[in-house]
Design a protein around this ligand. Structure first.
Ligand code: PHE
Length: 457
C-alpha cells in the first residue's frame, strides 16, 4: 500500500486497492462493536433508519468531498488544506480543519486501542474454550471480570498499541496489503456464518423487529446526534483519513462510484453484525441496552453453541482485531503524514511518539470501566464517554460539515468538475445541491436541534 511511502508521490496500484484500504479503514470496531450497542441503547428501529439516512445523504457526499480534496492536494490533510486554500484564494483559517482532524484522530485512537485490546483478549478466551457450551451467566461474568481488572485491560491495550505502531512505523508493507485482500472477505464470510446461526436461533424475528420496526416514541434530539456521529465514525469521515488516503488515488479513477462501493460495504457489515447480535440478545434474555459489552457477551455465547465454536470464535476475534488494526492505522495517518512531510522527520520516531501519547491518554478509558467508573467530571459522563462523544458526535460532524462546504463553495468549480469527471451541467448541479447544501444543512440542523435547548435552557 502506498501509505507506506514517505512522500505522497506513491499511488495506489489500482482503484481496487484503494477500495480495500479505505474499506479497511471504514470497517472496524465501529461496525461490529459500536453500531449494535448504540442501536441497542437507542431503541433500535428508528435509530437504525436515521443512521441509514445519515450514511446515504450526509456520509456519502462528504466522503466524495474528502477523497476529492485529497486527490487534488496530494499531501497530508493539513498541507492539502493549505495548498487548496491558496489555490482558491481563500482564508488560511480553513487549515484549522486539518488540525482538528489530527486531534480527533488522537482522541479516537486512545480509546479505540482499549476496546481493540478486549478483542485481542477474546481471541485467547475463545481459543482456550472458556465459552464452550457456556451459559449467558458465564459470558457476562467473563466480561465483567475483564472490566474490573485495570491491569489486565492495560496489558491488552498496550499489546494492541504496540502492534499498530509497529506496523505504522515500518510503513504499511505488502504483507498487510495481501492480508487485507484475504481477511476482509473472510470477515464477511464469518459474519454470514454468525448470521446463519442467529437466523436458526429462534430469536431472529424478534431481532429483526428490533432493528427494523420504527418506534418513533424513543427518538429525541440526541438520537439524531448519536446516529449522525455514528455515520461519521463508521465511514472514517470528518478528520482527514479519507483525505489522506485520497491523496494516493490514481488520477483516472472515478471517485463517485468508488466511494459508493466503500459506503455499501461498510453498511453491509454493520447491519449484518446487528442482525447477528440482536436475535441472540433476545433468545438468551440479555439486556439490549447493556452498552459497550454487548458484542463481547452475545457472540461468545453463539460460538459456544456452534460445532467447532472455539475455532470459529477464535478466527472471528482474530478478524475483528485485524479490522481494528487497519482502522487504527488510518487514525494515525493524518498526523504522521503531516509531521513526516513538514519536518522531514523519521516515520518510525513520529509513530512511536504518537503511540506513547495515545497510550497514556487511553489509560483514562481503561480506568473509566473500573477505578474511575464513578468519576464523571462533565455532563455526567465518565472519561471514556467524554472522549468518545466529543470526538465522534462533535468533532467529526463539524469537520465533515466544513469539508463539504469547502469542496463545493470554496474550491473552484472547474477543479471539482475535473476531479469528479463530470461533464453534464445537470449532474454538477445535483452534486452541488447534495454536497454543498443538503449534507451541510443536515449536520447543522442536527447540531442546532441538539444544542439549542441546552443554550436557551
Ligand atoms: N471507521 C472506523 C471504525 O468503524 C473508525 C475510524 C474513525 C477510523 C475515524 C478512522 C477515522 O471502526
Amino acid at each position: 500500500m502506498s501509505i507506506s511511502t514517505q512522500s505522497t508521490d506513491g499511488r495506489w496500484s489500482s482503484r481496487w486497492l484503494f477500495v480495500l484500504a479505505a474499506a479497511g479503514s471504514a470497517v472496524g470496531l465501529g461496525n461490529i462493536w459500536k453500531f449494535p450497542y448504540i442501536a441497542g441503547e437507542n431503541g433500535g428501529g428508528a435509530f437504525v433508519l436515521i443512521y441509514l439516512v445519515c450514511v446515504a445523504f450526509v456520509g456519502a457526499p462528504i466522503m466524495i468531498s474528502e477523497v476529492m480534496l485529497g486527490r487534488k492536494g496530494r499531501a497530508s490533510p493539513i498541507n492539502t488544506m493549505r495548498k487548496l486554500t491558496q489555490e482558491a484564494g481563500a482564508g488560511a483559517r480553513w487549515t484549522f480543519l486539518g488540525w482538528m482532524g489530527v486531534l480527533a484522530g488522537v482522541l479516537i485512537l486512545s480509546y479505540y486501542a482499549v476496546i481493540a485490546g478486549w478483542a485481542l483478549n477474546y481471541i485467547w478466551l475463545t481459543a482456550s474454550g472458556t465459552f464452550d457450551a457456556a451459559s449467558a451467566q458465564v459470558a457476562i461474568t467473563t466480561f465483567d471480570q475483564l472490566q474490573q481488572d485495570p491491569l489486565e485491560m492495560m496489558g491488552w491495550h498496550s499489546a494492541f498499541m504496540v502492534i499498530t505502531i509497529w506496523i505504522v512505523a515500518r510503513g504499511v508493507s505488502r504483507g498487510l496489503e495481501a492480508a487485507i485482500r484475504w481477511f476482509m472477505p473472510l470477515l464477511f464470510v464469518l459474519l454470514l456464518v454468525l448470521l446463519g446461526y442467529s437466523i436458526s436461533s429462534g430469536g431472529f424475528a424478534q431481532g429483526w423487529a428490533f432493528m427494523f420496526d420504527f418506534n418513533w416514541s424513543v427518538v429525541g434530539p440526541e438520537t439524531w446526534l448519536i446516529a449522525m456521529g455514528q455515520a461519521f465514525f463508521t465511514l472514517s469521515l470528518g478528520m482527514g483519513t479519507m483525505m489522506a488516503y485520497g491523496a494516493y488515488v490514481p488520477g483516472d479513477s472515478h471517485i463517485g462510484s468508488t466511494v459508493l462501493t466503500i459506503v455499501a460495504l461498510d453498511t453491509f457489515v454493520a447491519v449484518a453484525a446487528g442482525l447477528a447480535i440482536f436475535p441472540l440478545v433476545f433468545v438468551n434474555g440479555l439486556e439490549v441496552g447493556q452498552g459497550p459489552g454487548l458484542m463481547f457477551v452475545t457472540l461468545p455465547l453463539a460460538f459456544g453453541q456452534l460445532p467447532m465454536g472455539a475455532l470459529f470464535g477464535t478466527v472471528f476475534f482474530v478478524l475483528v482485531s485485524f479490522a481494528a488494526i487497519t482502522s487504527a492505522i488510518s487514525l494515525t495517518e493524518p498526523a504522521i503524514a503531516y509531521v513526516v512531510e513538514e519536518y522531514n522527520a523519521k516515520r518510525s520516531r513520529v509513530a512511536i511518539s504518537l503511540g506513547i501519547f495515545c497510550w497514556l491518554l487511553g489509560l483514562g478509558t481503561v480506568f473509566s470501566f473500573n477505578i474511575w467508573a464513578d468519576l464523571k467530571p462533565l455532563f455526567g459522563l465518565n472519561f471514556f464517554e467524554l472522549v468518545d462523544q466529543l470526538s465522534q458526535n462533535i468533532m467529526l460532524p463539524l469537520g465533515g460539515l466544513l469539508i463539504a462546504l469547502f469542496a463545493v463553495w470554496v474550491l473552484p468549480q472547474s477543479i471539482a468538475r475535473e476531479q469528479l469527471q463530470v461533464t453534464s451541467k445537470r449532474v454538477m448541479f445535483c452534486w452541488r445541491v447534495v454536497g454543498g447544501v443538503m449534507a451541510p444543512l443536515g449536520v447543522a440542523a442536527v447540531f442546532v436541534y441538539t444544542f439549542l435547548p441546552f443554550f436557551i435552557g
